[in-house]
Design a protein around this ligand. Structure first.
Ligand code: E4P
Length: 216
């Protein structure tokens, strides 16, 4: 399983990119608004940092508008992937865009039926949201297992991006199932790096070293 970072904050993206653990970025309208900067400028800057798929989401709710916005966003950089909401209009837009060779990421997926339809409409990626399902008392990771099985059995090439990842356990469970990608906030990447025994071990090594006469 590969990692994308789920943020529109260029500083976080820069820091995660330096770790060498991410190979793509996902944004959404809420994340863009949080930055308080021009949409196109933010996407352009992200594309200059990460050499991989960058999801930028359309705002229109009808398919003609989605296609128009997609064509504009695509011109920003060759790595732009158009994020489209999982609606009837969204599927129409995905169908048109896939025929034009434009990559899409169908977002706000909460059922395997939605994922299957999005894949058949020609989506490059589908984004099932685990955290938001957990929030309403459903098992988000169970949905990932179901979609993974359906895509495997049917030899579907659309990749699964596990989204709405809230903690390291979500990421590990997704990896265990064999999801293709997890898009994770920077906070979760940092949580994944940490272990109290690592810190304690470093502290002990340093104390022992400083108490000795040895030099490197
Ligand atoms: C994915 O592409 C979305 O941007 C994101 O994962 C949503 O996460 P949230 O449910 O924590 O807002």
């Amino acid at each position: 399983m590969r990692f994308f970072i789920d943020t529109a904050n260029v500083e976080e993206i820069r820091q995660a990119n330096e770790l060498g653990v991410i190979c793509g970025v996902t944004t959404n309208p809420s994340l863009i608004v949080k930055e308080g900067r021009d949409f196109v400028e933010v996407i352009k800057e992200i594309a200059s940092i990460v050499d991989g798929p960058i999801s930028a989401e359309v705002i229109s709710l009808e398919h003609e508008g989605m296609v128009k916005e997609a064509e504009k966003l695509c011109k920003i950089h060759e790595n732009i992937v158009i994020k489209i909401p999982m609606t009837e209009e969204g599927l129409k837009a995905v169908n048109i865009l896939s025929k034009k060779g434009i990559k899409t990421n169908v977002t706000l997926i909460f059922s395997a039926a939605q994922a299957l339809l999005a894949a058949r409409a020609g989506a490059t990626y589908v984004s099932p949201f685990v955290g938001r399902l957990d929030d309403i008392g459903k098992d988000g990771i169970e949905l990932i297992a179901e979609i993974t099985e359906i895509f495997d059995v049917n030899a579907i090439e659309t990749e699964i991006i596990v989204a709405s990842v809230r903690n390291p356990i979500h990421a590990l469970q997704a990896a265990r199932i064999g999801a293709h990608i997890a898009t994770v906030p920077y906070k979760v990447i940092k949580q994944m790096m940490l272990h109290p025994l690592t810190d304690k071990g470093i502290e002990t090594f340093m104390k022992d070293w400083e108490g000795s006469e040895l030099k490197l």
